[in-house]
Design a protein around this ligand. Structure first.
Ligand code: GSH
Length: 214
């Protein structure tokens, strides 16, 4: 039986998993849900954190996009290029994934939370500074290698790309100060399997328009 993935259409973390699925060409049953469903008893049994993505593969339930991505590559990819077995490469990939999970992605969450709750209408300078610091740090990583780790696209690139693409809509990076970042994003988005993100990214932008105008 194919694994099952619960998704919300607009979520950057979901989109990173969908690009990974397209990259390794694994068959997955996608269940598209609305946000209200995340708070139902049925879903809370799967994931008490009430977040998507959630992957179910036989008796395994995984509730974080980064873990889902590394799991799928290890279990289903034809090779280890996207998440190498080599420890030196793998720890750098893990570091970028944890940086995304703990620093980058939470900036998007804070912006959305502030806009939805109407705590602010303009994004506060503190959050803008946090985003610029992230852009600066990625610019530094990308001055050392073509991709975030080494000379092959890995799950670190996919995960961070989905976050940066989404964060950039909220707090744009400066292509003059972040030229390597801009080039990296363009190159990733030109890869064929990244095209799976198009309708989801458009849904994300639409959602933001609705929130900003309400
Ligand atoms: N660290 C998690 C974050 C997932 C996350 O925050 N998902 C959001 C949508 S983008 C969500 O499900 N929010 C619903 C909620 O928090 O109630 C991951 O990478 O999977």
């Amino acid at each position: 039986m194919a694994p099952t993935l619960y998704v919300l259409k607009t979520c950057p973390a979901v989109r990173a998993v969908l690009v990974t699925i397209a990259a390794i060409e694994v068959e997955i049953d996608i269940i598209l849900v609305e946000k209200n469903y995340l708070y139902t008893e049925e879903f809370l049994k799967l994931n008490p954190q009430h977040t998507v993505p959630v992957l179910i593969d036989e008796d395994i339930i995984i509730c974080d996009s980064h873990v889902i991505m590394t799991y799928l590559v290890q279990k289903y990819a034809n090779n280890d290029l996207m998440y190498p077995n080599n420890l030196k490469k793998r720890i750098l990939i893990d570091q970028r994934l944890y940086y995304d999970a703990s620093v980058m992605f939470p900036i998007i969450q804070k912006v959305f939370k502030g806009l939805v709750s109407k705590e602010f209408k303009e994004i506060p300078s503190e959050l803008k500074n946090d985003a610029v610091e992230v852009y600066n740090i990625l610019e530094m990583y990308l001055s050392k290698s073509e991709w975030l780790v080494g000379n092959h696209v890995t799950v670190a690139d996919i995960s961070c790309c989905m976050t940066i693409k989404s964060l950039n809509i909220l707090i744009p990076y400066d292509p003059k100060n972040h030229a390597k970042l801009a080039l990296w994003l363009d190159k990733l988005n030109a890869i064929s399997y990244f095209s799976v993100d198009k309708p989801y990214f458009e849904a994300y932008i639409e959602r933001l328009k609705v929130i900003s105008s309400s």
